[in-house]
Design a protein around this ligand. Structure first.
Ligand code: ADE
Length: 415
């Protein structure tokens, strides 16, 4: 039924899932409630997510809620094969690390074969395949969920062209997701991926961060925290201004190319680091991407500049004349390909949002003739996740007095 690398890795995978679970208190609380209430009974969910220990905790939560769940990977290099093996004992899993493009789409299609009522995407590949090649399944779907910025951008483009055929909730866009996952998750896991792959010293290095969205902000902050001199490149005036006032140097990539030791793309766009930039770079420059797709660093063109060899796992050396340039993870997500993705404590919030949105779809969107557009996560879900996370951290906060509440709702009191 499943397609995984090696079933004998299950014991190791199970230990990893247990390790993640201890740091996911909000999701555990939701799972306990789901076990009792079964809000997802009769619902089939097809998920296309990075197959990690944290994703496994989400999948188990959905199953505890009564859903029938099938999972495939959302990137060929992010699957943790031991986790996939453990999870395959409990549900269909179609994911193998290092799988080729044909195999990747076969996995997606196997997941769709379960005829989902809910699609859960990280990068919109499932929705894309469903809308382009598996249109016969569209009628079964109540709604979809999208986990990442790149996916949300694509879905909004589909909706604008009238091509989106069912409602989708943009989980990425809700504050308890992007303020934490994109910022603190990407910030830490990207640095972790670069260090694990290269063992390079961060302190004193010139880091060039392309893109000052939540992921770029988080990474720039963490790299600076370890002593890097951080340069930001942007195409958006407001974000560039923000980076400048946050104390980073801001300049075009053509200038940054001459100075940088380590380049990290976090833009969601293509051709951010190209051959033209590589030609300007210093000996030994390291190129990494932390955006969803492997299009931000023009890897194919850069490889064509000279001989290439794998000098360490996921570190590819390209000889450009006398100069050596190093590409990490073939330009794929460095945080998942070279490290283990975001820490469990951060994924706790993102995946609690996903679990509660699945419940919302099953209870409140089912049977309604909703507009085929991208929806925000309901505010009550965001508030619930924040409340439970604060409780788990042992943090308490103030409450408005009735007088304060009245004041905030009035306009008559002034100086
Ligand atoms: N995206 C980034 N980090 C992740 C993780 N640990 N699990 C699933 N998806 C992720």
């Amino acid at each position: 039924m499943s397609k995984i690398k090696d079933a004998s890795l299950a014991t190791q995978g199970l230990a990893k899932i247990e390790w993640a679970s201890r740091e996911m208190p909000v999701l555990n609380e939701i799972r306990k409630r789901f076990e009792k209430e079964k809000p997802l009974k009769g619902i089939r969910i097809a998920a296309c997510l990075h197959v990690t220990k944290e994703t496994a905790v989400l999948m188990r939560t959905l199953k505890a809620g009564g859903a029938e769940v099938a999972l495939c990977g959302s990137n060929p290099l992010s699957t943790q094969d031991d986790v996939a093996a453990a999870l395959a004992k409990e549900m269909p899993v179609f994911a193998i690390r290092g799988i080729d493009s044909k195999g990747y789409y076969e996995c997606l299609n196997s997941t769709l074969d379960t005829k989902p009522h809910i699609t859960m995407d990280d990068g919109a590949d499932l929705i894309n395949t469903l809308h382009s090649k598996r249109r016969e399944l569209i009628g079964n779907v109540i709604a979809g969920q999208e986990e990442t910025t790149t996916g949300v951008i694509r879905l909004k483009a589909m909706a604008a062209e009238g091509k989106l055929e069912y409602p989708v909730i943009a989980v990425n866009d809700t504050p308890t997701k992007h303020l934490f996952d994109n910022r603190y998750g990407t910030g830490q896991s990207t640095l972790d991926g670069i260090i694990r792959a290269t063992d390079t010293l961060i302190a004193g290095k010139n880091f060039v961060v392309a893109g000052y969205g939540w992921c770029g902000r988080g990474f720039a902050m963490r790299a600076r925290g370890m002593g890097a001199k951080v340069i930001v490149t942007e195409i958006d005036e407001v974000k560039a201004l923000e980076a400048h006032m946050d104390g980073f140097r801001v300049m075009p990539m053509k200038e940054a190319a001459k100075i940088g030791d380590v380049f990290v793309t976090a833009t969601g766009c293509k051709d951010v680091v190209t051959v033209e930039h590589v030609k300007l770079m210093k000996m030994g420059a390291i190129l990494a991407n932390t955006g969803h797709f492997d299009v931000e660093v023009a890897v194919k063109e850069i490889r064509s500049l000279g001989k290439t060899r794998e000098i360490r796992p996921e570190v590819e050396e390209v000889s450009v004349g006398e100069k050596k340039i190093y590409i990490l993870a073939g330009g794929r997500l460095v945080n998942l390909a070279c490290a283990s993705g975001h820490p469990s404590e951060v994924m706790d919030m993102s995946f609690s949002d996903q679990a509660l949105c699945s419940e919302y779809i099953a209870k409140e969107m089912k049977g309604k003739n909703l507009e085929k557009k991208v929806y925000d996560v309901p505010a009550k879900i965001d508030a619930e996740v924040a409340k439970l996370k604060l409780k788990a951290f042992g943090v308490s906060i103030d409450k408005l007095t009735p007088e304060q509440e009245k004041y905030l709702n009035s306009w008559s009191e002034g100086t």
